[in-house]
Design a protein around this ligand. Structure first.
Ligand code: GDP
Length: 197
């Protein structure tokens, strides 16, 4: 699935400009700096992919990538950034919520959480929204290379306990690192299962 081409094909600054729904769609979301670009690059083996979404002007958009013609990967704008005007945050929230509610072919949202920090208040706000909208999501811990083995176990256990009460959460938590590639094969397998469903 990830061996072939991965091409940026659309950036949607508003709901009116979303590309037509096609095949299975997955989305990646997380706080700014969580390691989303690095993970998307590690996942797709394309270093140019998520850089596109880091270029100024594209950061507040939904970026759509075609993966081998069978999967659409949506890179969502990072949230929780400091010093962004209120109006922008409101516009972001509106776009994201409308997208998440209205996209029938969206199979799963991969919610990226920094393994060193765990859930922040803004993350749980987003999860509340996903639970309410019944949008299926899976927690992906990033930067796992920064933790000791005991810390990894404690963090994973803690996150699993927190999501056990959340109706739209997929129970399996994935620990990943773009630095040492751990968890990337498991993440790919998780995505491949969605396509096979
Ligand atoms: P984004 O803002 O969520 O797209 O995050 P980036 O991918 O740009 O990464 C933010 C920062 O985290 C950068 O300084 C990266 O070098 C660092 N980073 C990303 N992935 C990892 C990882 O797996 N391990 C470690 N230790 N640092 C990472």
């Amino acid at each position: 699935l990830f061996a072939g081409s991965a091409d940026f094909f659309s950036a949607a600054p508003s709901l009116g400009s979303l590309p037509p729904m096609k095949g299975v769609e997955i989305a990646f979301a997380g706080r700014s700096n969580v390691g989303k670009s690095s993970l998307v690059n590690a996942l797709t083996g394309r270093t140019t992919l998520a850089r596109t979404s880091h270029t100024p002007g594209r950061t507040q958009q939904l970026n759509f990538f075609d993966i081998g013609g069978r999967l659409t990967l949506v890179d969502m704008p990072g949230y929780g950034f400091a010093a962004v005007e209120k109006a922008k945050v409101a516009a972001w929230t509106e776009l994201i919520h409308a997208y998440l509610r209205g996209r029938a072919n969206l199979s799963r949202v991969f919610m990226l959480i920094d393994s060193r920090h765990g859930f922040k208040a803004i993350d749980t706000d987003i999860l509340d929204g996903l639970d309410k909208a019944a949008v299926s999501y899976q927690i992906v811990l990033t930067k796992g290379d920064e933790l000791k083995k005991s810390e990894i176990e404690a963090r994973t256990h803690n996150i699993e306990a927190a999501i056990s009460r959340r109706p739209a959460a997929y129970p399996e938590v994935l620990l990943t690192s773009s630095r040492d590639s751990r968890g990337i094969p498991e993440l790919r397998a998780s995505i491949a299962r969605l396509i096979a469903e």
